[in-house]
Design a protein around this ligand. Structure first.
Ligand SMILES: Nc1ncnc2c1ncn2[C@@H]1O[C@H](COP(=O)(O)OP(=O)(O)O[C@H]2O[C@H](CO)[C@@H](O)[C@H](O)[C@H]2O)[C@@H](O)[C@H]1O
Length: 482
């Protein structure tokens, strides 16, 4: 089966968060299930710059125009990924990141940029490439969500579309006047399609038009049917509930492999856990921490309210009181950055903060810290707890979404059964987080029990295997219906 995947970021070419990891890992994972996946991605300057000698992109299609501007498709293979790059300079050739300008503000024409990505995807599905046409299109998040809308209003035959929601908080909503620029017929500005409370909703339109809607864990698939988590789209989801399915993310176990990871100082596996000490030492030095012999907690995250970073800031004195240390890597809201900066200044040698985005350091934190904290208020899946499991960095997580689905709490029964892999807390608030920290510190003082927790995590199957099988089965069902 031939599938076109459409995403606004794909690891290792460009990444701002978990979407890139998933979009980058799925093609190889699906190959084992008989799916050939090509990935459509904007040709951002950063993406073109990543291509190496010998990876010359080939022009495979020239669009007459894309919203009045020149655009073409380039084909190239990079690290096993079969890529189609949308080279549309008016949309993507500019400084800044995929979504934000150099000043940290949304690019003002994001609606046009990602409508362009979706329109290109729809045209590929309709057969604009000479030698290839997908049997199905798999689109990710609001940036690619107009693809099925363009297909509905385009030429026949219809190609089935799967829409994956990685985070329903990001919906791609724009003012009504943007509609006239989207090259959709007036009928599409209707509550059955992209119209959303008088505005244009990219994710909303995609959810109406897609043949299947997936999200990245079974718990989150249930949660988004409620007003608390559905962010206004719960009614629409309820109406299309039979098309909604939660498929938990896996991770790329080649990229995230403590036995081989080129980004970490010392390699280890479950039989050589003591080697982690060298990574821990390197990490303490990097974050200028002085070893208390207590647990070294870590955070790798966007610093936002969703990720519970205000809760983290509130429990820092407890971490200190209990002899712990904390190393934080992240960037995000200025207020939260300032809170954590203050804490680092208040407790030098005990709290370290590296602001910014640093892929190698994110690996080093998993390989050297004793535990990773993920106090998210909601979490569609979460990947850092899966990396934690794989690296023996014990996750402490809020019991929500994919965090609830992937971590087994170290309660007495699970410890006795040697099934526990981390700590969960609920309800999501400061005190429950404090209690979870206390439980973790207590267990850390019993090294054989802590090692059991680490080992159980490292033995957990966090690969894509099972979930890739679920996507492949979904694709087959949809294609058979077609
Ligand atoms: N400062 C930093 N430096 C380096 N690396 C950093 C970093 N901050 C974060 N990262 C990395 O970015 C990724 C973030 O993964 P998350 O699961 O937290 O996804 P995110 O919330 O972005 O996306 C959404 O999509 C993903 C994928 O489906 C879901 O798991 C998630 O719940 C949902 O919110 C991880 O690979 C992490 O290591």
């Amino acid at each position: 089966m031939q599938v076109l995947s459409v995403a606004s970021e794909v690891y290792p070419l460009i990444k701002t968060g978990g979407l890139a990891d998933v979009a980058g890992a799925l093609p190889e994972a699906l190959a084992a299930h008989g799916v050939t996946m090509r990935t459509l991605l904007p040709a951002y300057p950063a993406v073109l710059a990543k291509l190496r000698y010998g990876e010359e992109p080939r022009e495979v299609h020239v669009f007459e125009t894309l919203f009045g501007n020149p655009a073409r498709l380039l084909a190239v293979t990079h690290e096993g990924l079969d890529l189609l790059l949308l080279d549309a300079p008016a949309l993507f050739d500019r400084p800044g990141g995929p979504y934000l300008d150099t000043g940290g503000r949304d690019h003002p024409d994001n609606f046009r940029r990602f409508a362009g990505l979706s329109l290109a995807a729809a045209l590929i599905a309709e057969g604009c490439l000479k030698n290839w046409r997908p049997d199905l299109v798999h689109v990710h998040d609001w940036q690619a969500a107009l693809t099925p809308v363009y297909l509905r209003f385009g030429r026949r035959p219809q190609t089935p579309v799967v829409l994956t929601i990685h985070n329903i908080a990001f919906q791609g909503q724009f003012s009504a006047d943007t509609f006239q620029e989207l090259a959709l017929p007036p009928a599409a500005f209707h509550m059955d399609w992209v119209e959303y409370y008088g505005q244009v909703g990219f994710l909303k339109g995609g959810m109406r038009a897609a043949d299947a809607i997936t999200t990245v864990s079974p718990s989150y698939a249930e949660e988004i049917l409620t007003p608390e988590f559905g962010m206004g789209l719960e009614g629409l989801l309820a109406a299309r509930q039979e098309r909604l399915v939660g498929i938990v993310n896996g991770i790329d176990t080649n990229v995230w492999n403590p036995a081989k990871d080129p980004m970490i100082a010392a390699h280890y596996d479950v039989s050589r856990l003591e080697v982690r000490k060298a990574n821990r030492k390197a990490l303490l030095e990097r974050f200028k921490l002085v070893d208390t012999e207590g647990p070294l907690f870590s955070v790798v995250s966007r610093l936002t309210w969703q990720k519970g970073m205000d809760l983290l800031a509130a429990v820092i004195p407890d971490i200190i009181d209990q002899g712990g240390m904390l190393a934080v890597l992240g960037s995000g809201d200025a207020e939260l950055e300032a809170l954590l900066e203050e804490a680092a200044a208040l407790y030098p040698g005990r709290i370290g903060l590296v602001k910014g985005y640093d892929e190698p350091l994110s690996h080093q934190l998993q390989a050297g810290a004793d535990s990773i904290l993920i106090p998210s208020r909601f979490e569609p899946c979460g990947l850092t707890q899966l990396y934690g499991l794989r690296y023996g960095c014990v996750p402490i997580v809020a019991r929500t979404g994919g965090l609830a689905d992937t971590i087994i709490d170290a309660n007495e029964a699970a410890m006795n059964a040697a099934a526990a892999t981390g700590f969960q807390f609920s309800p999501i608030g400061e005190d429950p987080l404090r209690q979870a920290l206390r439980r973790a510190v207590k267990l850390f003082k019993e090294p054989h029990l802590w090692a059991r927790l680490q080992a159980q995590g490292m033995k957990t199957d966090v690969s894509w295997n099972a979930s890739a099988g679920r996507y492949a089965a979904l694709y087959s069902t949809l294609c058979a219906k077609g």
